[in-house]
Design a protein. Sequence first.
Length: 477
Amino acid sequence: MNGRSQSLSSEKGSILIVALLLCAIIGISLASYIKLGKSVLDEANRSLYANASMNLAEEGLEEALYSLNQQVQNSSYSWTGAGWTISGSDVLRAFTGFTFDQKTTGEVRVRIYNYSSTNPRVVARSTVTLGGTTSPVIEKWVMIQLSKASKFDNGLVAKNSITFSGNNASVDSWNSDPDNNPATPAIPYSSSVAHDAGGIGSISVSVSAVLVNNANIWGYVATGGAAPSVGSNGLIGPFGTPSGTVVASRVSTDFTANFDAVSVPTQTPISIPAITSTTSLPRAGDSPASDGKYYYTAPQIDFNNQTLSIAKRTGDTVSPNVVLILTDTSDSIDIGGGSGEIAIQTGATFSVYAPGDISIAGNGILNGGTTSATANQPIAMQIWGTAPTGSSQNIQIAGNGVLSAVLYAPQGNLKINGNGDVLGSMVANNVSVTGNAAFHYDESLANFGGGNPFRVSLWNELTSATDRAAYASDLSF
Protein backbone atom coordinates (compact mmCIF):
# COMPACT_ATOMS: atom_id res chain seq x y z
CA MET A 1 0.00 0.00 0.00
CA ASN A 2 2.72 2.44 0.87
CA GLY A 3 4.48 1.89 -2.45
CA ARG A 4 1.27 2.42 -4.39
CA SER A 5 0.47 5.55 -2.40
CA GLN A 6 3.93 6.98 -3.06
CA SER A 7 3.55 6.28 -6.79
CA LEU A 8 0.23 8.11 -6.91
CA SER A 9 1.67 11.04 -4.99
CA SER A 10 4.60 11.16 -7.38
CA GLU A 11 2.30 11.14 -10.38
CA LYS A 12 0.16 13.89 -8.86
CA GLY A 13 3.27 15.95 -8.16
CA SER A 14 4.48 15.52 -11.72
CA ILE A 15 1.11 16.59 -13.09
CA LEU A 16 1.13 19.59 -10.78
CA ILE A 17 4.61 20.58 -11.93
CA VAL A 18 3.58 20.21 -15.57
CA ALA A 19 0.47 22.28 -14.89
CA LEU A 20 2.55 24.95 -13.20
CA LEU A 21 4.97 24.98 -16.10
CA LEU A 22 2.10 25.26 -18.57
CA CYS A 23 0.61 28.10 -16.54
CA ALA A 24 3.97 29.84 -16.50
CA ILE A 25 4.37 29.39 -20.24
CA ILE A 26 0.85 30.62 -20.89
CA GLY A 27 1.40 33.55 -18.55
CA ILE A 28 4.65 34.51 -20.19
CA SER A 29 3.06 34.13 -23.62
CA LEU A 30 0.09 36.25 -22.62
CA ALA A 31 2.37 38.91 -21.22
CA SER A 32 4.46 38.82 -24.39
CA TYR A 33 1.38 39.05 -26.58
CA ILE A 34 0.01 41.90 -24.50
CA LYS A 35 3.35 43.70 -24.73
CA LEU A 36 3.52 42.99 -28.46
CA GLY A 37 -0.02 44.25 -28.92
CA LYS A 38 0.80 47.40 -27.01
CA SER A 39 3.93 47.93 -29.10
CA VAL A 40 1.97 47.45 -32.31
CA LEU A 41 -0.69 49.83 -31.02
CA ASP A 42 1.95 52.40 -30.10
CA GLU A 43 3.59 52.09 -33.50
CA ALA A 44 0.25 52.40 -35.26
CA ASN A 45 -0.56 55.41 -33.12
CA ARG A 46 2.77 57.05 -33.93
CA SER A 47 2.34 56.24 -37.61
CA LEU A 48 -1.09 57.88 -37.55
CA TYR A 49 0.24 61.02 -35.95
CA ALA A 50 3.34 61.00 -38.15
CA ASN A 51 0.94 61.53 -41.04
CA ALA A 52 -0.75 64.27 -39.03
CA SER A 53 2.64 65.88 -38.44
CA MET A 54 3.39 65.84 -42.18
CA ASN A 55 -0.02 67.40 -42.82
CA LEU A 56 0.88 70.17 -40.38
CA ALA A 57 4.19 70.79 -42.14
CA GLU A 58 2.42 70.95 -45.50
CA GLU A 59 -0.15 73.34 -44.05
CA GLY A 60 2.63 75.62 -42.89
CA LEU A 61 4.20 75.54 -46.35
CA GLU A 62 0.84 76.35 -47.95
CA GLU A 63 0.43 79.35 -45.65
CA ALA A 64 3.87 80.57 -46.69
CA LEU A 65 3.14 80.08 -50.40
CA TYR A 66 -0.20 81.86 -50.03
CA SER A 67 1.44 84.85 -48.35
CA LEU A 68 4.20 85.04 -50.96
CA ASN A 69 1.64 85.07 -53.77
CA GLN A 70 -0.38 87.69 -51.93
CA GLN A 71 2.75 89.83 -51.97
CA VAL A 72 3.01 89.31 -55.74
CA GLN A 73 -0.59 90.37 -56.33
CA ASN A 74 -0.66 93.24 -53.86
CA SER A 75 2.40 95.45 -53.41
CA SER A 76 0.89 96.85 -50.19
CA TYR A 77 0.57 93.41 -48.59
CA SER A 78 1.58 93.61 -44.92
CA TRP A 79 3.53 90.65 -43.59
CA THR A 80 3.26 91.80 -40.00
CA GLY A 81 -0.43 92.51 -40.44
CA ALA A 82 -0.88 88.92 -41.58
CA GLY A 83 0.82 87.57 -38.46
CA TRP A 84 4.36 87.10 -39.71
CA THR A 85 7.50 88.42 -38.03
CA ILE A 86 10.19 90.01 -40.19
CA SER A 87 13.76 89.05 -39.30
CA GLY A 88 16.24 90.63 -41.69
CA SER A 89 15.63 89.18 -45.14
CA ASP A 90 13.45 86.40 -43.69
CA VAL A 91 9.95 86.15 -42.27
CA LEU A 92 8.82 83.59 -39.73
CA ARG A 93 5.66 82.44 -38.05
CA ALA A 94 4.48 79.79 -35.59
CA PHE A 95 1.08 78.15 -35.99
CA THR A 96 0.07 76.61 -32.66
CA GLY A 97 -3.00 75.25 -30.91
CA PHE A 98 -3.75 72.25 -33.14
CA THR A 99 -5.57 69.52 -31.19
CA PHE A 100 -6.21 65.88 -32.02
CA ASP A 101 -7.80 62.91 -30.26
CA GLN A 102 -6.34 61.46 -27.05
CA LYS A 103 -5.18 64.88 -25.86
CA THR A 104 -2.59 65.05 -28.63
CA THR A 105 -1.44 68.53 -29.69
CA GLY A 106 0.53 69.90 -32.61
CA GLU A 107 2.23 73.01 -33.96
CA VAL A 108 4.29 74.08 -36.97
CA ARG A 109 7.00 76.71 -37.30
CA VAL A 110 7.73 78.20 -40.71
CA ARG A 111 10.56 80.36 -41.98
CA ILE A 112 10.72 81.98 -45.44
CA TYR A 113 14.29 82.78 -46.45
CA ASN A 114 14.78 85.83 -48.71
CA TYR A 115 11.05 86.45 -48.84
CA SER A 116 11.35 89.43 -51.20
CA SER A 117 13.50 87.61 -53.79
CA THR A 118 12.39 85.78 -56.92
CA ASN A 119 13.46 82.38 -55.56
CA PRO A 120 12.67 82.20 -51.82
CA ARG A 121 13.16 79.07 -49.77
CA VAL A 122 10.66 77.86 -47.18
CA VAL A 123 11.34 75.44 -44.32
CA ALA A 124 8.62 74.08 -42.04
CA ARG A 125 9.14 72.16 -38.79
CA SER A 126 6.05 70.50 -37.34
CA THR A 127 5.81 68.75 -33.97
CA VAL A 128 3.09 66.51 -32.57
CA THR A 129 3.06 65.74 -28.84
CA LEU A 130 1.17 62.56 -27.95
CA GLY A 131 -1.16 62.80 -24.97
CA GLY A 132 -1.05 60.41 -22.01
CA THR A 133 2.30 58.93 -22.91
CA THR A 134 6.00 59.53 -22.49
CA SER A 135 6.62 58.74 -26.15
CA PRO A 136 8.96 61.23 -27.87
CA VAL A 137 7.40 64.02 -29.90
CA ILE A 138 6.93 63.39 -33.61
CA GLU A 139 8.66 65.87 -35.93
CA LYS A 140 8.54 66.46 -39.66
CA TRP A 141 10.88 68.87 -41.44
CA VAL A 142 10.20 69.89 -45.04
CA MET A 143 12.06 72.35 -47.28
CA ILE A 144 10.73 73.74 -50.55
CA GLN A 145 12.47 75.94 -53.10
CA LEU A 146 10.24 78.33 -55.00
CA SER A 147 10.52 80.03 -58.35
CA LYS A 148 8.21 82.23 -60.38
CA ALA A 149 5.70 80.39 -62.51
CA SER A 150 5.54 81.40 -66.15
CA LYS A 151 3.06 80.92 -68.95
CA PHE A 152 6.07 80.00 -71.05
CA ASP A 153 7.63 77.15 -69.07
CA ASN A 154 7.55 74.99 -72.20
CA GLY A 155 8.07 75.51 -75.90
CA LEU A 156 4.66 74.51 -77.26
CA VAL A 157 1.65 74.07 -74.97
CA ALA A 158 -1.94 73.32 -75.93
CA LYS A 159 -5.17 72.90 -74.08
CA ASN A 160 -6.28 70.25 -76.57
CA SER A 161 -3.83 69.04 -79.20
CA ILE A 162 -0.38 69.55 -80.72
CA THR A 163 0.15 68.14 -84.21
CA PHE A 164 3.29 68.01 -86.36
CA SER A 165 2.65 67.42 -90.06
CA GLY A 166 6.09 67.76 -91.65
CA ASN A 167 8.72 65.07 -92.08
CA ASN A 168 11.66 67.12 -90.83
CA ALA A 169 10.11 69.33 -88.16
CA SER A 170 12.08 69.49 -84.93
CA VAL A 171 12.03 70.92 -81.41
CA ASP A 172 15.01 71.78 -79.23
CA SER A 173 15.98 74.65 -76.91
CA TRP A 174 18.58 77.21 -75.90
CA ASN A 175 18.84 79.95 -73.29
CA SER A 176 19.06 83.50 -74.63
CA ASP A 177 19.63 84.96 -71.15
CA PRO A 178 21.50 82.40 -69.01
CA ASP A 179 22.42 84.92 -66.29
CA ASN A 180 18.84 86.30 -66.15
CA ASN A 181 20.23 89.79 -66.57
CA PRO A 182 18.73 91.89 -69.40
CA ALA A 183 21.68 94.28 -69.17
CA THR A 184 24.09 91.66 -70.52
CA PRO A 185 24.11 90.74 -74.23
CA ALA A 186 21.59 88.11 -75.29
CA ILE A 187 22.80 84.76 -76.59
CA PRO A 188 21.47 84.09 -80.12
CA TYR A 189 20.41 80.59 -81.08
CA SER A 190 22.91 78.37 -82.84
CA SER A 191 23.63 74.66 -82.89
CA SER A 192 26.60 75.24 -80.60
CA VAL A 193 24.36 76.50 -77.76
CA ALA A 194 21.40 74.20 -78.44
CA HIS A 195 20.02 72.03 -75.63
CA ASP A 196 17.84 68.93 -75.75
CA ALA A 197 15.24 70.45 -73.42
CA GLY A 198 12.54 71.55 -75.84
CA GLY A 199 9.39 70.74 -73.92
CA ILE A 200 5.95 70.42 -75.51
CA GLY A 201 2.76 69.53 -73.70
CA SER A 202 -1.02 69.18 -73.80
CA ILE A 203 -3.32 68.84 -70.81
CA SER A 204 -5.75 66.77 -72.87
CA VAL A 205 -6.31 63.09 -71.99
CA SER A 206 -7.19 62.29 -75.61
CA VAL A 207 -5.09 59.81 -77.57
CA SER A 208 -4.57 62.61 -80.12
CA ALA A 209 -3.29 65.08 -77.51
CA VAL A 210 0.23 65.11 -78.97
CA LEU A 211 0.82 63.79 -82.48
CA VAL A 212 4.59 63.95 -82.89
CA ASN A 213 4.37 61.85 -86.06
CA ASN A 214 7.72 62.21 -87.86
CA ALA A 215 9.06 65.22 -85.98
CA ASN A 216 12.24 65.11 -83.89
CA ILE A 217 11.53 66.23 -80.33
CA TRP A 218 14.90 66.84 -78.71
CA GLY A 219 13.47 67.26 -75.24
CA TYR A 220 10.30 66.31 -73.41
CA VAL A 221 6.66 65.56 -74.19
CA ALA A 222 3.89 65.74 -71.59
CA THR A 223 0.17 64.97 -71.85
CA GLY A 224 -2.80 64.84 -69.54
CA GLY A 225 -3.15 61.08 -69.82
CA ALA A 226 -2.46 59.42 -73.17
CA ALA A 227 0.91 58.53 -74.62
CA PRO A 228 2.11 60.70 -77.53
CA SER A 229 1.90 59.28 -81.04
CA VAL A 230 5.30 58.94 -82.74
CA GLY A 231 5.91 57.85 -86.33
CA SER A 232 8.66 55.62 -87.67
CA ASN A 233 10.85 58.62 -88.47
CA GLY A 234 9.98 60.61 -85.36
CA LEU A 235 11.59 60.55 -81.94
CA ILE A 236 11.42 61.87 -78.38
CA GLY A 237 14.62 62.03 -76.40
CA PRO A 238 18.03 63.64 -75.91
CA PHE A 239 20.44 64.44 -78.70
CA GLY A 240 21.61 61.23 -80.32
CA THR A 241 18.30 59.40 -80.00
CA PRO A 242 17.69 57.33 -83.16
CA SER A 243 14.58 57.73 -85.29
CA GLY A 244 11.53 55.78 -84.19
CA THR A 245 12.62 55.87 -80.54
CA VAL A 246 10.77 57.22 -77.52
CA VAL A 247 12.91 57.57 -74.40
CA ALA A 248 10.50 56.77 -71.56
CA SER A 249 12.09 59.20 -69.09
CA ARG A 250 11.35 62.04 -71.52
CA VAL A 251 7.57 61.38 -71.55
CA SER A 252 5.03 62.08 -68.80
CA THR A 253 1.26 61.68 -68.74
CA ASP A 254 0.30 63.79 -65.73
CA PHE A 255 0.74 67.26 -67.24
CA THR A 256 -1.37 70.13 -65.93
CA ALA A 257 -1.40 73.83 -66.75
CA ASN A 258 -3.60 76.86 -66.23
CA PHE A 259 -4.88 78.73 -69.27
CA ASP A 260 -5.77 82.03 -67.65
CA ALA A 261 -7.59 84.70 -69.61
CA VAL A 262 -5.47 87.63 -70.77
CA SER A 263 -5.93 90.98 -69.06
CA VAL A 264 -5.63 94.00 -71.36
CA PRO A 265 -3.51 96.87 -69.96
CA THR A 266 -5.60 99.49 -68.18
CA GLN A 267 -3.48 102.54 -69.07
CA THR A 268 -5.22 105.10 -71.28
CA PRO A 269 -3.97 104.47 -74.84
CA ILE A 270 -3.50 106.84 -77.75
CA SER A 271 -6.26 106.16 -80.28
CA ILE A 272 -5.13 105.70 -83.89
CA PRO A 273 -7.04 104.55 -87.00
CA ALA A 274 -6.77 101.06 -88.42
CA ILE A 275 -3.26 100.35 -89.67
CA THR A 276 -3.71 99.78 -93.41
CA SER A 277 -0.49 101.21 -94.81
CA THR A 278 3.16 101.49 -93.86
CA THR A 279 3.29 102.84 -90.31
CA SER A 280 5.96 103.42 -87.69
CA LEU A 281 5.36 103.33 -83.94
CA PRO A 282 5.88 105.23 -81.75
CA ARG A 283 4.78 108.19 -83.86
CA ALA A 284 6.63 111.47 -83.82
CA GLY A 285 5.17 113.77 -81.20
CA ASP A 286 3.58 111.02 -79.09
CA SER A 287 4.56 110.82 -75.44
CA PRO A 288 4.90 107.66 -73.36
CA ALA A 289 2.67 106.88 -70.40
CA SER A 290 3.88 107.31 -66.84
CA ASP A 291 5.48 103.85 -66.94
CA GLY A 292 7.57 104.81 -69.98
CA LYS A 293 5.64 102.71 -72.51
CA TYR A 294 3.76 103.91 -75.59
CA TYR A 295 0.16 102.64 -75.52
CA TYR A 296 -1.93 102.70 -78.69
CA THR A 297 -5.34 101.36 -79.61
CA ALA A 298 -6.61 100.68 -83.13
CA PRO A 299 -9.38 98.59 -84.69
CA GLN A 300 -7.04 96.29 -86.63
CA ILE A 301 -3.88 95.78 -88.68
CA ASP A 302 -4.90 95.06 -92.28
CA PHE A 303 -2.55 95.49 -95.24
CA ASN A 304 -0.69 93.83 -98.13
CA ASN A 305 2.91 94.60 -99.07
CA GLN A 306 3.15 97.21 -96.32
CA THR A 307 5.22 97.40 -93.13
CA LEU A 308 4.45 98.11 -89.50
CA SER A 309 7.76 99.23 -87.99
CA ILE A 310 8.42 99.29 -84.26
CA ALA A 311 11.28 101.57 -83.30
CA LYS A 312 13.08 102.28 -80.06
CA ARG A 313 13.54 105.92 -79.23
CA THR A 314 16.54 107.25 -77.41
CA GLY A 315 15.80 107.05 -73.71
CA ASP A 316 13.38 104.12 -73.86
CA THR A 317 14.33 101.83 -71.01
CA VAL A 318 11.25 99.68 -70.45
CA SER A 319 10.03 96.55 -72.22
CA PRO A 320 7.82 96.37 -74.20
CA ASN A 321 8.30 99.94 -75.32
CA VAL A 322 5.25 99.84 -77.69
CA VAL A 323 1.92 98.28 -76.70
CA LEU A 324 -0.88 98.03 -79.28
CA ILE A 325 -4.43 97.11 -78.22
CA LEU A 326 -6.63 96.02 -81.12
CA THR A 327 -10.43 96.07 -80.85
CA ASP A 328 -11.81 94.30 -83.93
CA THR A 329 -13.20 91.01 -82.62
CA SER A 330 -13.51 89.51 -86.10
CA ASP A 331 -10.18 90.10 -87.86
CA SER A 332 -7.55 91.75 -85.69
CA ILE A 333 -4.46 91.20 -87.84
CA ASP A 334 -4.33 90.38 -91.55
CA ILE A 335 -0.92 90.88 -93.17
CA GLY A 336 -0.31 89.55 -96.68
CA GLY A 337 1.46 90.13 -99.94
CA GLY A 338 4.98 89.21 -100.80
CA SER A 339 6.53 91.91 -98.60
CA GLY A 340 3.94 92.55 -95.89
CA GLU A 341 5.53 92.41 -92.46
CA ILE A 342 5.80 93.56 -88.87
CA ALA A 343 9.39 94.77 -88.46
CA ILE A 344 10.80 95.24 -84.97
CA GLN A 345 14.06 97.12 -84.98
CA THR A 346 16.98 95.91 -82.93
CA GLY A 347 16.53 97.04 -79.35
CA ALA A 348 12.80 97.73 -79.75
CA THR A 349 10.01 95.65 -78.22
CA PHE A 350 6.38 95.20 -79.23
CA SER A 351 3.35 93.74 -77.47
CA VAL A 352 0.02 93.39 -79.29
CA TYR A 353 -3.35 92.39 -77.80
CA ALA A 354 -5.78 90.92 -80.33
CA PRO A 355 -9.34 89.64 -79.71
CA GLY A 356 -10.00 88.49 -83.30
CA ASP A 357 -8.39 86.23 -85.87
CA ILE A 358 -4.73 86.70 -86.77
CA SER A 359 -3.21 85.96 -90.17
CA ILE A 360 0.42 86.88 -90.81
CA ALA A 361 1.90 85.93 -94.18
CA GLY A 362 4.27 87.67 -96.57
CA ASN A 363 7.56 88.25 -94.81
CA GLY A 364 5.75 87.62 -91.54
CA ILE A 365 7.26 88.99 -88.35
CA LEU A 366 10.77 90.36 -88.70
CA ASN A 367 11.95 90.60 -85.11
CA GLY A 368 15.41 92.07 -85.52
CA GLY A 369 17.53 90.33 -88.16
CA THR A 370 16.64 87.79 -90.82
CA THR A 371 18.58 84.88 -89.30
CA SER A 372 18.61 83.09 -85.97
CA ALA A 373 21.97 84.69 -85.24
CA THR A 374 20.68 88.24 -85.76
CA ALA A 375 17.07 87.98 -84.54
CA ASN A 376 15.97 89.79 -81.40
CA GLN A 377 15.08 87.72 -78.36
CA PRO A 378 11.57 86.22 -78.63
CA ILE A 379 10.43 88.34 -75.70
CA ALA A 380 10.78 91.43 -77.94
CA MET A 381 7.65 90.35 -79.87
CA GLN A 382 4.65 89.39 -77.74
CA ILE A 383 1.27 88.36 -79.16
CA TRP A 384 -1.60 88.10 -76.68
CA GLY A 385 -4.89 86.55 -77.77
CA THR A 386 -7.72 88.16 -75.84
CA ALA A 387 -10.70 86.23 -77.24
CA PRO A 388 -13.13 85.57 -74.37
CA THR A 389 -13.47 82.16 -72.76
CA GLY A 390 -15.73 79.88 -74.77
CA SER A 391 -14.99 81.58 -78.09
CA SER A 392 -12.53 80.65 -80.83
CA GLN A 393 -9.62 82.56 -82.36
CA ASN A 394 -7.81 81.40 -85.50
CA ILE A 395 -4.13 82.29 -85.69
CA GLN A 396 -2.04 81.53 -88.76
CA ILE A 397 1.62 82.47 -89.08
CA ALA A 398 3.38 81.58 -92.32
CA GLY A 399 6.82 82.17 -93.73
CA ASN A 400 10.13 80.56 -94.55
CA GLY A 401 12.39 82.93 -92.66
CA VAL A 402 12.86 83.36 -88.92
CA LEU A 403 10.01 83.92 -86.48
CA SER A 404 11.14 85.04 -83.02
CA ALA A 405 8.18 85.67 -80.70
CA VAL A 406 6.09 84.55 -77.77
CA LEU A 407 2.39 83.92 -78.20
CA TYR A 408 -0.25 83.29 -75.57
CA ALA A 409 -3.80 82.72 -76.82
CA PRO A 410 -5.78 80.32 -74.61
CA GLN A 411 -8.71 80.30 -77.06
CA GLY A 412 -6.53 80.28 -80.16
CA ASN A 413 -6.17 77.61 -82.82
CA LEU A 414 -2.56 78.23 -83.85
CA LYS A 415 -1.14 77.07 -87.17
CA ILE A 416 2.55 77.58 -87.92
CA ASN A 417 3.29 76.97 -91.59
CA GLY A 418 6.76 77.22 -93.03
CA ASN A 419 10.22 75.76 -93.31
CA GLY A 420 12.23 78.24 -91.30
CA ASP A 421 13.25 78.67 -87.68
CA VAL A 422 10.70 79.48 -84.98
CA LEU A 423 12.18 80.79 -81.73
CA GLY A 424 10.33 81.40 -78.48
CA SER A 425 7.26 79.82 -76.91
CA MET A 426 3.64 79.37 -78.04
CA VAL A 427 0.58 78.60 -75.89
CA ALA A 428 -2.83 78.04 -77.49
CA ASN A 429 -5.96 75.92 -77.50
CA ASN A 430 -4.67 73.83 -80.41
CA VAL A 431 -1.23 73.95 -82.06
CA SER A 432 -0.44 72.70 -85.55
CA VAL A 433 3.06 72.80 -87.04
CA THR A 434 2.96 72.26 -90.81
CA GLY A 435 6.07 72.01 -92.92
CA ASN A 436 9.63 71.48 -91.77
CA ALA A 437 9.86 74.24 -89.19
CA ALA A 438 12.60 73.99 -86.59
CA PHE A 439 11.20 75.16 -83.26
CA HIS A 440 13.71 76.43 -80.68
CA TYR A 441 12.35 77.02 -77.18
CA ASP A 442 13.99 79.89 -75.30
CA GLU A 443 14.54 78.60 -71.76
CA SER A 444 14.89 82.14 -70.38
CA LEU A 445 11.14 82.58 -70.91
CA ALA A 446 10.57 80.45 -67.81
CA ASN A 447 11.54 83.60 -65.88
CA PHE A 448 9.17 85.83 -67.85
CA GLY A 449 6.35 87.60 -66.03
CA GLY A 450 7.08 89.55 -62.87
CA GLY A 451 3.44 89.33 -61.80
CA ASN A 452 3.26 85.56 -62.04
CA PRO A 453 2.76 83.51 -58.87
CA PHE A 454 5.37 81.33 -57.22
CA ARG A 455 5.54 77.60 -57.81
CA VAL A 456 7.36 74.77 -56.06
CA SER A 457 10.51 73.88 -57.98
CA LEU A 458 11.99 71.57 -55.31
CA TRP A 459 10.39 69.62 -52.43
CA ASN A 460 12.58 67.81 -49.92
CA GLU A 461 11.81 66.16 -46.59
CA LEU A 462 14.70 66.63 -44.17
CA THR A 463 15.13 63.29 -42.43
CA SER A 464 18.75 63.22 -41.30
CA ALA A 465 20.18 65.01 -38.29
CA THR A 466 22.71 66.71 -40.56
CA ASP A 467 20.03 68.14 -42.85
CA ARG A 468 17.97 69.37 -39.92
CA ALA A 469 20.93 70.90 -38.12
CA ALA A 470 21.32 73.48 -40.89
CA TYR A 471 17.92 74.96 -39.97
CA ALA A 472 17.55 73.97 -36.30
CA SER A 473 18.47 77.33 -34.77
CA ASP A 474 16.37 79.23 -37.32
CA LEU A 475 13.29 77.20 -36.40
CA SER A 476 13.68 77.36 -32.63
CA PHE A 477 11.81 80.65 -32.19
